[in-house]
Design a binder for this molecule. Sequence first.
Ligand code: PRX
Length: 666
Amino acid sequence: MSTSDGNIESILHEDRSFDPMPSKGAPWHIGSLDEYKELYARSIEDPAAYWSQAAEQMHWYNHWRSVVSYEAPDAKWFVGGTTNLCYNCVDRHVKDGFGDQVGIVWEGEPVGDNGPEILRLTYADLQRETAKFANVLLAHGVRRGDVVTIYMGMIPELAIAVLACARIGAVHSVIFGGFSAQAIADRIEDANSKIVITCDGAWRRGSVVPLKDNVDEALELVGEGKVKTVIARQRCMNGIGWTEGRDHWWHDVMQDAIEDCPCVPLDSEEMSFLLYTSGSTGKPKGIQHTVGGYMVYTATTSKFAFNLVPDADQMYWCTADIGWITGHSYILYGIMPNRVPTLMYEGAPNHPEPDRFWDIVERHKITQFYTAPTAIRAFMKWGDEHPKKHDLSSLQVLGTVGEPINPEAWMWYHNVIGGGECPIVDTYWQTETGGHMITPLPGATPTKPGSCTQPFFGIDAAVVDADGNEVGANEGGLLVVRKPWPGMLRGVYGDRDRFVDTYWSTVKIDGKPVYTAGDGARRDDDGYFWIMGRIDDVINVSGHRLGTMEVESAMVAHASIVEAAVVGMPHEIKGTGIAVFCSLATGFTASDDLRSELREHIAKEIGAIAKPDMIRFTDALPKTRSGKIMRRLLRSIAAGELEVNQDTSTLEDFSVVAKLQESGES
Ligand code: PRX
């Protein structure tokens, strides 16, 4: 089990009792484990019946002809149906008479004398603003199916831009604001995108992240004239460069935009967005999601996993950035159709003080709170006094996502944040799955700290061996999903082979490929799932996926580095940190200055999240006789399990350790 403390085993085996079912937040959509089990069994027996009744909760212009057609790896959901994501998030509520209700609450990072800036956007506001911006996009030549690149901070205009694309059937490709110019350029080129929506800058921990400068640099890399339009929202009054004819201010283009722009009925299977994610080889891949299936899947999982109920004084907050899938699915698309207000916070959890999140929970009376284990571990470190200063009694459901949560962090979350009264939903899923795959349902599923418990309705998850046979209780194996589900990815943009190779080539059952998540897992005697971490060359840093090869290529792009190997290492806060072992080109000397330079180089090539936590210089990388880098050995060295000379300024000789090891390492 790849947790930082290794304690999951002991909790699983020593304490087999379930925690008592918390009652706060009741009534629950699903009231008991028996009810879940019965519904789950029915959903697996007849997934089409389950998903068709779920889809009936949404608005469709044309009803679908058939619920699903599937020939692995290709699935089609709600075939023949037409719908619109923006309509279901926004316009539908206006039409139903809820135009005055608040759909999005936004809080800015800076705190002035009168507190932070807060905006409350009603569904009517959102209808107007998304229609206006949709008209702006149309006026700039964007057509249904075109890819719109969005690289913004967490401001309301980000949500408006995303929903405006959905309104007219443009495909958005949101890039996390922490990514570098090179990463932006790669994504723009891969998607052949002609328009970028950005900001002058974004606030982060009291400083300005120069987003527009990064876009300018990216567009130089892409080549002049490829991107025709850049629209920038003013946020930080950050001085920026300007290309006449190409660049426009958001406030200028919005000024005269017409407020009427009907949502376009889109085919259920049309592409709604692309989101790039790291894999074990090559550049990040553009994961393709749809309109209808994605909508039904995210709205349904949101409703049940968070117990969302309209008109019940709920205020939902997911702390992720919209630049990641969690923000797409569980700030916007899944939450909004449920007509529960969703909060967007612009900045850092510890600005101006480490209690900022709890201050937000108290002031906005947050009922559902969704965050990542890495954040929870940071809060634990900062001390209980910060949450204890605040009244957190509004909280009903606590969620976690992104990586396995270690039991200590789980218990702290449960006791200190939830007061021992809120169910914790440890939601396992991926960019590719669109929404939750394995998760407790609050009020129904008894939880065990560190386990994501049971599959969602219709999800036929299993732990199998390489031949597709289910392994026994507590045996490790590959996590697969044997039946299609509406939120599943439909492809890797422009790369059919990579789609098939990555997800559909590892395991076959009855001669048919099944979806392989790339995670190791096991089920315990109660059938509970325990995620054991990635089985490919992907590491999960603070809940964000990074390909080790991506970092290796960035390292060798630096003049001083001849060869580099990247492995994960245990990290107290991040879960997994990045360790780099590298050999130097002639003429370069190991030093702390070079180390800092390389860290900055990686930040520039990929983004700050990829900055190595440890860089060790070596004469040569330890290799097997057949020339493979001994990664397992490097992982042991990085974890401190093997003693090697650690003098920071000299070259280390790992070959000595390598010779002591068995050969045949992979
Ligand atoms: O390894 C799993 C881990 O995060 C990976 C997916 O990363 P990404 O596509 O960036 O999406 C993150 C947000 C959904 C998975 O393959 N992961 C995600 N959630 C959990 C998890 N590992 C254990 N427990 C989880 N709850």
